[in-house]
Design a protein around this ligand. Sequence first.
Ligand SMILES: C[S@@+](CC[C@H](N)C(=O)[O-])C[C@H]1O[C@@H](n2cnc3c(N)ncnc32)[C@H](O)[C@@H]1O
Length: 251
Amino acid sequence: MGFFTTAAGNYDRHIGRYGPRLAPELIAAAKVQPGDRVLDVGCGPGALTAALIAHGARVTAVDPSEPFAAACAERNPGADVQVAKAESLPFPDATFDAALAQLVVNFMTDAEAGVREMARVTRPGGTVAAAVWDYADGMTILRRFWDAAKTIDPDAADESQMRYCTPDSLAGLWSNLEDVDVRETIVRASYDGFEDLWAPLESGVAPSGAFTAGLDPGPRAELKRELRARLDVGDEPFELTARAWLVTGRT
Ligand SMILES: C[S@@+](CC[C@H](N)C(=O)[O-])C[C@H]1O[C@@H](n2cnc3c(N)ncnc32)[C@H](O)[C@@H]1O
C-alpha cells in the first residue's frame, strides 16, 4: 500500500505505461458487455476504469490510496470512485455484473478475503476476474530489474516471490468460483530511451521504485548500469513486452 501513495504521474511513467494495453485484454477475458455494472478493484490512477468506460460499462472504482483514487476520479468523471480496500468493499451483495482487479490481488493484505468480497458484490452468474504480471519470467522490465537488483543486494525482495503470481496459485485463489480459466496475454510499452525507463524508479513508486530510492548514490548508479546492460537498450526508443496471467471465474 505504501508503494502506491506517490503522485499518480510517477506510476504513469513506470508500470502505468502498460495498463492501457492490458485493460482491454482483461475486459475481453471477463466478457464485459456494454451497459454492464462493473467494479474496478484497486483502480490506481484509472487505466482499467478508462477502458471500461470506453467499452460502455457503468463503472464504480475503489482504491485504498487517496492520491490514486483522486487521480482516477479526475481522469474519469463518468465513474463513481471511492477510497476502499478489496477486503471490505462498501457495497451490498450482488451489486455488480462483474468485479475486476488489474495488477492488484498480489498486493492485497488478505487476497482470499479480497476475492471473497469481489464475489459477494457480484450478482449470481456474474464474473470475477484479475490480471497479474508474470513476475518470474515474462514481465521484462521487472524481471530484469530484480535480476539487476540482486547483483547489488542478494536479499532484494524479488516481486516474483509474492503470492498469486503463477497460473496455479491464481486458479487456487479462484477455486470458490465456477468455470475458472487462467490464460496468458502479452502486451507492450514504449520508451524514449533508457533514461525514460529509469527516471520513475527514483521516485520510489511500486516495490522496484522503493528499492531504487532506498539505495545510496553509489549502489544506485551501479543498479542503473546493471539494469541498462541487462535490458540491452540505449538512448534510442525501444519497446518491452510484458506477460500477464488473466484469471476469470463466475459466481
Ligand atoms: C500496481 S497498482 C495497479 C493499479 C491499476 N489497477 C492499474 O492497472 O494501473 C496496484 C494498486 O492496488 C492498490 N491496492 C493495494 N492494496 C489493495 C487492497 N487491499 N485492495 C484494493 N486495492 C489495493 C494500490 O493502491 C494500487 O493502486
